[in-house]
Design a protein around this ligand. Structure first.
Ligand code: PEP
Length: 249
C-alpha cells in the first residue's frame, strides 16, 4: 500500500505573513492517512516549519543546489535544508528546466544530493505540447526518469516521489484526463521496474500534476497508479488545498 501524497507548490507566491496566515486556518493540518506537503518560497520555510511542527503537514523547498556548500551565489544547499528541518524538495520542475536551464544531469545531481542529506526529492518529469503532438511523450518521460535516477540504490529509489507533470497542463487550466495521466504514470512505473525491479516500482509514489483542482481530483485518485497530486494554483487557497487533501484521505 502506497500512502498518497498531496503536495502544494506555491512557486513565487506568498510572503512570510501570508504563509503564516495560510497555515493558521489550514484544515488539512490534521489529515490522517495522506502525506500533505507545502512547498513555499525559501524565505517562508523556517516560519512554516515552526508553524506546522505539531501537525501532519510536511514542508518542502522548490529547488536546491546539489553541492553541500561553495561559491554558488544565490543558491541553497541540501545541507542547509536538512539543518532547517525541511524534509522535502521539488527537483526538476518544468519551470526550472525551461526558464533556468536545468539539465537532466543537474536534476540527477540534485536527486542524489537530496537523498544523501535525507531529504525526499519530488522529481518532476513531463512532456511539452510539441513533444506530445509529435507522439514523443513516452520517449521524453522515459529519458527524464532514467537520467534522474541513474545510479541510485533500490532503497534510495523507494524514497523518491515522482510527479508526472505534462508541461501543457501546468497553470493552463487544462488538465490531462485521468485516463491519459494513468497511462503515462503506469508507463513511468514500468520504466522504474525495468531500471530496478517490480518490487521497487510498486513502492514508488507517482503523482500527477497539471491544473489539479477539487473538481478533477477524485477521477485522478481513482486510478490504480496515481498516488496523489502536485498542485500549483489550487494550493494557494487553503480551502481548495484542504479539499484536495480530503479527497486523498
Ligand atoms: C505545478 O506548478 O507543479 C503545477 C502543477 O501547477 P498547476 O496546478 O497550477 O497547474
Amino acid at each position: 500500500m502506497r500512502t498518497p501524497v498531496i503536495a502544494g507548490n506555491w512557486k513565487m507566491y506568498k510572503t512570510i505573513a501570508e504563509a503564516l496566515d495560510y497555515v493558521e486556518g489550514f484544515r488539512a493540518k490534521e489529515a490522517d492517512g495522506v502525506e500533505t506537503v507545502l512547498c513555499g518560497p525559501y524565505l517562508t520555510l523556517p516560519a512554516l516549519v515552526e508553524a506546522a511542527k505539531d501537525s501532519a503537514v510536511g514542508i518542502g523547498a522548490q529547488n536546491m543546489h546539489w553541492e553541500k556548500e561553495g561559491a554558488f551565489t544565490g543558491e541553497i544547499s541540501p545541507a542547509m535544508l536538512q539543518e532547517a528541518g525541511i524534509p522535502y524538495v521539488i527537483v526538476g520542475h518544468s519551470e526550472r528546466r525551461a526558464l533556468f536551464g536545468e539539465t537532466d544531469e543537474a536534476v540527477r545531481n540534485k536527486v542524489k544530493a537530496a537523498l544523501t542529506h535525507d531529504l525526499i526529492p519530488i522529481l518532476c518529469v513531463g512532456e511539452t505540447i510539441e513533444e506530445r503532438e509529435a507522439e514523443r511523450t513516452q520517449e521524453v518521460v522515459r529519458t527524464q526518469v532514467v537520467e534522474a535516477v541513474r545510479g541510485l540504490s533500490s532503497t534510495k529509489m523507494t524514497r523518491v516521489i515522482v510527479a508526472y507533470e505534462p508541461v501543457w497542463a501546468i497553470g493552463t487550466g487544462r488538465s490531462a484526463t485521468a485516463d491519459d495521466a494513468q497511462n503515462v504514470i503506469a508507463f513511468v512505473r514500468r520504466t522504474l521496474a525495468d531500471q530496478f525491479d517490480q518490487q521497487v516500482a510498486n513502492q514508488v509514489r507517482i503523482l500527477y500534476g497539471g491544473s489539479v483542482k477539487p473538481a478533477n481530483i477524485d477521477a485522478l485518485l481513482e486510478k490504480d497508479d496515481i498516488d496523489g497530486a502536485l498542485v500549483g494554483g489550487a494550493s494557494l487557497d487553503p480551502e481548495s488545498f484542504s479539499q484536495l487533501v480530503d479527497a486523498a484521505v
